[in-house]
Design a protein around this ligand. Structure first.
Ligand SMILES: *[C@@H]1O[C@H](CO)[C@@H](O)[C@H](O)[C@H]1NC(C)=O
Length: 432
């Protein structure tokens, strides 16, 4: 019983996005042409290696972090956009190990990588009526297909906001963007700026400004943990994807937190807008409205626009799903296994009705554990299989290993840290 309780408690933990590494892919060079060069040790040509630019630092005068330096570190050979970090020196040193964090290694098997890179991206960034910009599918995308990958261009330690003055933060941010390969592409993410500049003008050597860059980070960055630092990370392509409370896609972070991928929850038709949820899945209407305000828009996706009675029915299901997990644990603790099973099975139906599929992994895992505890190995196996298949489809088992044989025992043992599947907060504070 203890095992069950522990495992169920572990379900609450934040997800460590799994990522297996596979062998070296032939097409690495498509994304990172300079990967083969050793840029990691300083030399005459690369005096600041692994960084391409001289680190630029500001020292905190804020009492709790007095004397702490925050610097801009740029590697313009990392990923398609280059990468700038605003980090303390020690964290930057740690992060330098992740500069080769390639989406191809993290999310795609060779066959999928070839289809994506050689067959052309199945999406494009377009103007969306009523919204600034968005991403739409350019061909049919299959359920669970990994169809978009990206690498962070700017990563900022969340601690910097408090440790430095607003002017200092903006100054660092501006430099971080200017030193990338694609400063204009980043600045165009602001609707106020889009179209006003062509190419590199306003890339100001002036040390003023930075408001634009900061505003872009505020509204577009994702919360991500990079080199153990709670950060805001800007992914120039993926950050273009708009929010929906019943999204057709979800995000995966690499273990290093620098790469990111988008997978489809369901089949997506050509022309359909790609959406992800910036909020935890499964929360009710009022809460969605208040949480979504931070991005400066009202929730108007189909779920938020339902007629009142249908919306209330949806809210009721969501509340019941949320409460069921706690009740199932209580029942399990009291060893009322039959009741716990009935409740978990009801919960499965509610989740299906709400279409928040990724939440099923928790229910399936709990059912596997409950049946195992009851001594019905066959049923436990069946639910274990469902858990495994869904985790694999959702991309949480990494690549390469998912189709291999699995064991119920190992699955249940490893299931800790499985909560929050397919869920994220866009723009931190990420983990509490
Ligand atoms: C990367 O940075 C170095 C050092 O500042 C610079 O010489 C080089 O031109 C940059 N590369 C690109 C592609 O901008």
């Amino acid at each position: 019983m203890r095992a069950l309780i522990l495992a169920v408690a572990a379900l609450q933990l934040a997800l460590q996005h799994a990522s297996a590494t596979v062998g070296v892919l032939d097409i690495d060079n498509l994304l990172q042409p300079d990967l083969q060069q050793n840029l990691h040790t300083p030399s005459e040509d690369h005096p600041h290696a692994p960084w391409s630019h001289k680190p630029y630092c500001v020292t905190s005068t804020y009492l709790p972090t007095l004397g702490q330096k925050y610097c801009v570190y740029t590697s313009n050979t990392t990923g398609p956009h280059g990468l700038s970090l605003i980090f303390p020196p020690k964290s930057a040193h740690l992060a330098s190990e992740y500069l080769d964090d390639n989406p191809l290694d993290n999310f795609l098997a060779q066959k999928d990588a070839e289809r994506l890179y050689l067959g052309g991206q199945p999406w494009k960034i377009v103007d969306i009526p009523g919204k600034a910009k968005g991403v739409v599918a350019t061909r049919r995308i299959k359920m669970y297909e990994t169809f978009m990958v990206d690498q962070a261009a700017v990563v900022v330690d969340m601690g910097a906001e408090k440790a430095l003055t607003e002017a200092e933060n903006k100054k660092l941010m501006k430099r971080a963007v200017n030193q990338l390969l694609v400063p204009a592409m980043i600045r165009d993410m602001s609707s106020a700026h889009a179209g006003k500049s062509h190419g590199g003008e306003n890339n100001g050597d002036d040390e003023e400004g930075g408001s634009l860059e900061e505003a872009i980070m505020k509204t577009n960055a994702y919360g991500s943990t990079v080199a153990e630092v709670s950060s805001r990370a800007l992914y120039p392509l993926i950050s273009r994807i708009n929010h929906a409370c019943n999204p057709n896609s979800f995000v995966l972070f690499s273990r290093a937190g620098v790469s990111m991928a988008i997978k489809a929850y369901r089949d997506i038709e050509a022309g359909e807008e790609i959406t992800v949820s910036y909020l935890l899945l499964g929360i009710p209407f009022q809460k969605r409205q208040s949480l979504i305000k931070r991005w400066g828009f009202k929730c108007t996706c189909s779920l938020c626009s339902l007629p009142t009675d249908e919306r209330q029915a949806s809210d009721l299901r969501r509340t019941m799903i949320a409460q069921a997990e706690e009740k199932i644990m209580e029942l399990a603790k009291a060893y009322k296994l039959d009741e716990a099973i009935v409740l978990a099975e009801e919960s499965v139906e509610l989740i299906k009705e709400e279409g928040v599929w990724s939440m099923l992994t928790d229910e399936y895992a709990m059912l596997a554990m409950l049946w195992l505890e009851k001594g019905d190995g066959e049923k436990a196996e069946a639910y274990g299989e469902k858990t495994h298949r869904l985790l694999s489809d959702l991309g949480f088992l990494g690549i390469g290993e998912e189709r291999e044989a699995w064991k119920l025992e190992t699955l249940l043992k490893n299931i800790g840290g499985l909560g929050g599947m397919g869920q994220l907060w866009k723009k931190g504070p990420l983990r509490g």
